[in-house]
Design a binder for this molecule. Structure first.
Ligand code: HEC
Ligand code: HEC
Length: 313
């Protein structure tokens, strides 16, 4: 019977530890880390600013642009409720409510790793740009500093994120800041169409996160190791809270886009017009700012990935 009593003690201790752990996570919230921003001063010329602006329309504005056309942040209505209530940040040049106090190095560090200048880590409700070339990253920074009207100071202030216990728990276990690259990231070789398409689909515009099985099993460091890579099926809420499943973009003939033509693909991606005449629905953005050359390169890359049989209704 002694053994049983000891077992009882052991279980109580384990329960206490688990409760203390849960309480710790609850009160600690989303963790902070010490940022190590690089020394960086972006010398942006007009070509870089224009490229940064174009890139922002494809990868930032969807989340950060408010009704009034300014990048002053808003409530993220499409965040699954199991993660909580979150507002995107005011990224205009306001000294107090925007981001003009960030140095270029701090911005680069945040965009790559997810750690803000004050150390606060931002969970996957904002993407991280790990594979973006230094030139493209610097273009975004040059743009954020530019005199574009949508970035002029706005006083919009939003409530702090209200993460659920699940979001906090995952931020203590699964979600971690990404490593800051230790070597420069060169521009992709545009003459190699497949490589350029891969860069666009996994680094610059990042189609693969939405278009694979789930954000929870996405491998940001090595995108091709993502579960169900480009096989679709990721369940995403639209702004009304309805679930829209992402599509299978692998070259499978029955369930993917194996029977599409390149022209149909380009029309769908750039203008949201599918071959059957239906518009693509939110959250699939029409990438109007994408060039034909880019859409064609993504198509070329998608032809080279393993087909996955996954019928999306
Ligand atoms: C899927 C939505 C989403 C996208 C896309 C996105 N962001 Fe964010 N961003 C957020 C959210 C949400 C926050 C606030 C996070 C928080 O407070 O925890 C944020 C925070 C930030 C911050 C931190 C501001 C501060 O106050 O410290 C900066 C800077 C930023 N975003 C810039 C960008 C840029 C530049 C892009 C495009 C390259 C971008 N974001 C794309 C959702 C997004
Ligand atoms: C924010 C998530 C998201 C991102 C990023 C995204 N997509 Fe989509 N995509 C979707 C969703 C959701 C659908 C389904 C829309 C619908 O059913 O109306 C879709 C549909 C499509 C379709 C239509 C397929 C079909 O069978 O009708 C194509 C093609 C496509 N996306 C290509 C791309 C490419 C290429 C990229 C990157 C440049 C990309 N998507 C980025 C969410 C996304």
């Amino acid at each position: 019977m002694k053994a049983l009593r000891y077992l009882g003690y052991a279980v109580s201790i384990l329960v206490l530890i688990a409760m203390a752990g849960a309480a710790f996570i609850h009160f600690d919230g989303i963790p902070s880390y010490t940022p190590h921003p690089p020394v960086l001063k972006v010398q942006g010329d007009s070509a870089m600013i224009a490229e940064g602006k174009r890139l922002a329309t494809m990868v930032c504005n969807n989340c950060h642009m408010a009704q009034n056309g300014k990048l002053e942040g808003k409530e993220m209505l499409d965040l699954p409720t199991m993660f909580g209530k979150v507002y995107t940040a005011n990224i205009t040049q306001h000294p107090q409510f925007g981001i003009s106090t960030y140095t270029d190095g701090e911005l680069a560090y945040f965009l790559r790793t997810g750690v803000k200048r004050d150390g606060q880590y931002v969970p996957p409700w904002m993407p991280k740009f790990v594979h973006l070339s230094d030139y493209d990253l610097n273009s975004i920074i040059a743009y954020l500093r530019s005199d574009a009207p949508e970035l002029q100071p706005s006083e919009a202030v939003h409530p702090k994120p209200q993460p659920t216990f699940l979001a906090k728990f995952l931020s203590h276990t699964a979600f971690k800041p990404l490593p800051f690259p230790t070597a420069p990231i060169p521009e992709p070789d545009k003459s190699n169409k497949v490589a350029f398409g891969k860069y666009l689909a996994t680094g610059k515009v990042e189609c693969f996160g939405c278009h694979s099985a789930s954000f929870e099993t996405m491998d940001l460091m090595e995108p091709e190791k993502t579960v169900g890579y480009f096989g679709g099926g990721n369940a995403m809420p639209n702004l009304e809270g309805e679930i829209i499943l992402t599509r299978n973009l692998t070259p499978d003939k029955e369930t993917g886009i194996g029977n599409w033509t390149e022209a149909q693909f380009m029309e769908t991606v750039r203008f949201g017009k599918r071959p059957n005449g239906q518009q693509t629905r939110y959250p699939m953005p029409p990438y109007a700012a994408m060039t034909e050359e880019e859409a064609s390169a993504i198509w070329a890359y998608l032809q080279t990935i393993p087909p996955i049989k996954n019928k999306i209704e």
